[in-house]
Design a protein around this ligand. Structure first.
Ligand code: COA
Length: 266
């Protein structure tokens, strides 16, 4: 299928690329020949990730950048354009989230998640997108979540922000198609990473309960997401824009009203 070097000499920028899914996606792109830039808030985490990713033989640039601060985002873009001349792909993956009942969520709590997820995605898309317009095109991929449309009690801040990112994906796709920029999204379901294992399903009982809710009866692995990402970066998806690929083992379509009927039972 995909040529193993199909991203050779392209520059892929991944926000939140120092850990978890972001790092896995960075490795998948580097393994196909891409130069990588990873952006995040923690210098030590980024440097350690850059060291790991560079084992694939391409250049990896770690950039300390808080996506909530437009000036830092612009500095990132300027630095990369100075170094590489162009940015071929932007993966808006940086996110922040915590579970909190809506009635207990403070204004600061709301703002911090909305600023990272919604505003940060716009700041990066705007800053990098303008260079793509100038340079004749590119690809933007936003990482969203199925609760952007399916809801999930406890994450009103993140769900609202991700819904905004989905609207942004479709709007920018329509506006920027004429500049040869494709804008798509991926909605991962329950993917096991070091971070999600620690924060979301820490014990075996929780994992078993999650597993039962997924029609495919398994958690996703980072590669499940990276494979969709590679497809969206490749020429195989040349005519796809404004679309979202859900990678969740059927998780959200299996979330029916009649909870007493376990349709996933063997
Ligand atoms: N429950 C309720 N409120 C919380 C909270 C929690 N678990 N975590 C943060 N908040 C609130 C804080 O209380 C604060 O509001 P306040 O001033 O009214 O008390 C506000 O959010 C900002 O907190 P702060 O710690 O200063 O946020 P930050 O902007 O530095 O970081 C996050 C925000 C979301 C990134 C941080 O909570 C975090 O590190 N989360 C875990 C990592 C993560 O989200 N990874 C991505 C998973 S998709």
């Amino acid at each position: 299928m995909l040529d193993s070097t199909f991203l050779k000499d392209r520059l892929v920028v991944i926000t939140g690329g120092g850990t978890g899914l972001g790092k896995s996606m960075a490795e998948a792109c580097a393994a196909r020949g891409a130069h990588i830039a990873i952006a995040g808030r923690r210098k030590d985490v980024l440097e350690s990730a850059a060291h790991d990713i560079s084992k694939h033989g391409t250049t990896v640039t770690p950039i300390t950048c808080d996506v909530r601060i437009p000036e830092q985002v612009q500095n990132m873009t300027d630095m990369l354009i100075g170094k590489y001349g162009r940015i071929d792909a932007l993966i808006n993956n940086a996110a922040g989230n915590f579970i909190c009942p809506a009635e207990n969520l403070s204004v600061n709590g709301w703002n911090s998640v909305v600023n990272i997820v919604l505003n940060g995605t716009f700041y990066c898309s705007s800053s990098v997108g303008k260079t793509m317009i100038k340079n004749g095109g590119g690809t933007i991929i936003n990482i969203v979540a199925t609760y952007a449309w399916a809801s999930e009690p406890g994450v009103v801040h993140s769900a609202s922000a991700k819904a905004g990112v989905l609207a942004m994906t479709r709007t920018l796709a329509a506006e920027w198609a004429k500049y040869h920029i494709r804008v798509n999204a991926i909605a991962p379901g329950a993917i096991r990473t070091e971070g999600t294992d620690k924060n979301l399903w820490g014990d075996e009982n929780q994992r078993e309960r999650m597993n039962r809710r997924i029609p495919m009866r398994r958690f996703g692995q980072p590669d499940d997401v990276s494979n969709s990402l590679l497809f969206l970066l490749s020429d195989y998806s040349n005519y796809i824009t404004g679309e979202v690929i859900t990678v969740d083992g059927g998780g959200w379509v299996g979330k029916g009203t009649y909870e007493m009927v376990d349709v996933t039972k063997d």
